[in-house]
Design a protein around this ligand. Sequence first.
Ligand code: SAM
Length: 291
Amino acid sequence: MGNKTIANPSNTKEILAKYNLKLNDRLGQNLLIDQNILNKIIEAAVLTDNDTVIEIGPGLGSLTQFILREPGLGKLIAVEKDKRLVSILKEIFTSSQNLELVQSDVLDINWNEFIAERGIKDSTFKVISNLPYYITTPVIMGLLESDVKPARMVFMVQKEVAERMAASPGTKAFGALSIAVQFYCQVRIIHEVPPTVFIPQPDVYSSIITLIPYTEPPYKAKDRKLFFRVVKAIFQQRRKTIKNSLIKASTVNFNKDDVLEALEQSGIDSRIRGEKLSIASIVELSNNLIK
Ligand code: SAM
């Protein structure tokens, strides 16, 4: 990489000063400056077999640099919205042949096209990101709901969001986000991260999580849209009984008899709260609600 200033955990401040760069709060620019945490993210990604990696929001490249060092890496594609950072990254990583820098808003990316254009096959790529927290859910759901199937994703997210994604039915943190994510993949919280490892420090604690998409989906929702409308109905009014939340929610339009019949077919007591149901039960219920 020549003798250019390479971003590393200890010289982030130096780079900011060199380029007279002010970080942009609105883009969630909290840069990682702790080598141990960077290593934990890399370990969680388990790079092997010439993996292709997509990094979202490389910032000044501290995580990028750690990924590039991995012997299991084939190619790294890094997507950054901030033009100023992209031109600094181009300068810093000028001789990294296996790095493609893409200047784009990640939310504008059509993943199916992005993967196809680069000849990447399903399950042969991984996604890694210290996410900009303001777009955590749309980024993750955008990937999960597309047809692409990464082998594994490793994200730094806000601690509470990680807990909601990994929560089990019947717990306080369990909600529509838990179901949306767990419908598609296995979720693991790997490590809790304090604000002190970032510049500038965020107001919240963070967690590193892994998401491993199912190759064979365990839940067979016959009508995925209807299933998610049922989920929304349950958690819009989570203190209501399952019967009442399905009859009264604005997201669905079922009549009482159909709801009672579907609940009976699914072996669900109409007086319990929907928030207590497992994902498999909600899938079965939504299948029985199809007319
Ligand atoms: N990876 C770097 C690190 O760990 O130090 C930076 C992580 S920082 C939390 C988030 C990064 O995402 C920033 O570089 C920010 O500019 C970028 N970003 C914010 N919104 C984005 C968007 N919509 N599309 C792509 N990148 C975005």
